[in-house]
Design a protein around this ligand. Structure first.
Ligand code: NAP
Ligand code: ZN
Ligand code: ZN
Length: 348
């Protein structure tokens, strides 16, 4: 089979609105699957990158790393999938497979050249294009199985928002007896609340306002506070074992670290475009940990999908047509997302 041209939505330049276009997809190789994309989630990372907020963006850019679809064709050597399978693709479509991290199932920290789903170069040096598109060709080893019981549209956001919150919650042992705070109730944050609750932790949402309090409690939070109220920081000082921040903008870290109890950890997954400042005394007193966490490996992503299916939930979504992408971006930037926009890719 030769290279195919498929329909997609792309940003042609930083800050340009996304528009309909076509992109090439490679022939289905021995270990590849061709996926008929049904849904693609909109992650805030798509917006950072489409506007080149992190720098070094490759344009035209087809964002989208929360992909759910159906296998349409398999290569001759594929053993894990057959035509008709329900599958997902997250932020990674390849890695070196040889470094210590890849061997440990931590492909997201590959030191030998991981290949992001878009805004990267594949092993042949060709640009990768993401999920705002009708089809994608992916190596079977970087393709996930979406369990029966989760519909594809609410499964799509799990491929980034789900795993990015599941991974630190699992690593830092969120569970019964643990007080966990999730900062920011957006795409990642709402999954963090659901997952931490399902793990058995006592969950608090720290949001800018009380606007979404009712939703937060329905999602599984036990408590909900507004960070715009200075009383919140006084009342909750020394409370949490674990804080996971999903905030897309710089935060006053010292204030948030004061909310940890001794030996508590503040784990940042938000990826703001500007640096933050820190007074190191904020971690000295109380032997506190300030850490970061990036998505999750392939094995752990499958574990997360199975965990969500077992607990009977996906994401809370607003399904949109492709011509609504630009408006959705504005709403995400205004913290007006409830709680993930998902593109119906049949409208591309
Ligand atoms: P999102 O849906 O926009 O959610 C972010 C939430 O942060 C907002 O809903 C808002 O919640 C809060 N927020 C926004 N601006 C704020 C501000 N100035 N001060 C305080 N809170 C603010 O975005 P997302 O898709 O969840 O992504 C969140 C961040 O994580 C992005 O930076 C993204 O690039 C990053 N990310 C990182 C990874 C990783 O591997 N580490 C993976 C995916 C995404 P409230 O309205 O409740 O305050
Ligand atoms: Zn993402
Ligand atoms: Zn590697």
């Amino acid at each position: 089979m030769t290279v195919t041209t498929v329909a997609a939505y792309a940003a042609t330049a930083p800050n340009a609105p996304l528009e309909r276009t076509t992109v090439p997809r490679r022939p289905v190789g021995e270990h590849d699957v061709l996926i008929d994309i049904k849904y693609a989630g909109i992650c805030h990372s798509d917006i950072h990158q489409a506007r080149d907020g992190w720098g070094k963006g490759i344009f035209p850019m087809v964002p989208g790393h929360e992909i759910a679809g159906i296998v349409a064709e398999v290569g001759s050597g594929v053993t894990k999938f057959t035509v008709g399978d329900r599958v997902g693709v997250g932020c990674l479509v390849d890695s070196c497979r040889e470094c210590d991290n890849c061997k440990a199932g931590l492909e997201q920290y590959c030191t030998g050249g991981g290949v992001p789903t878009y805004n990267g170069l594949d092993k042949q040096g060709e640009p990768t294009y993401g999920g705002y598109s009708t089809h994608v060709v992916v190596d079977e080893n970087y393709t996930l199985r979406i369990p029966e019981g989760i519909s594809l549209e609410v499964a799509a956001p799990l491929l980034c928002a789900g795993i990015t919150t599941y991974s630190p919650l699992a690593h830092w042992n969120a569970g019964p007896g643990k007080k966990v705070a999730i900062v920011g109730l957006g795409g990642l944050g709402h999954m963090g609340v659901k997952i931490a609750h399902a793990m058995g932790a006592e969950v608090t949402v720290l949001s800018q306002s009380l606007r979404k309090q009712e939703d937060g409690l329905k999602l599984g939070a036990d408590h909900y506070y507004a960070t715009s109220d200075p009383e919140t920081f006084k009342q909750l000082a020394g409370t949490f074992d674990l804080i996971v921040s999903t905030v897309s903008a710089p935060l006053p870290l010292d204030s948030y670290l004061s909310l940890l109890r001794t030996d508590g950890a503040f784990v940042n997954v938000g990826a703001p475009e500007e640096p933050v400042s820190l007074n190191l005394f904020s971690v000295i007193g109380g032997r506190k940990t300030l850490a970061g966490s990036g998505i999750g490996g392939i094995r752990e992503t499958q574990e997360m999908l199975d965990f969500c299916a077992e607990h009977g939930f996906g994401a809370e979504i607003e399904l949109i047509d492709a011509d609504g992408i630009n408006e959705a971006y504005e709403r995400v930037l205004n913290s007006d997302v409830r709680y993930r926009f998902v593109i119906d890719t049949s409208t591309i």
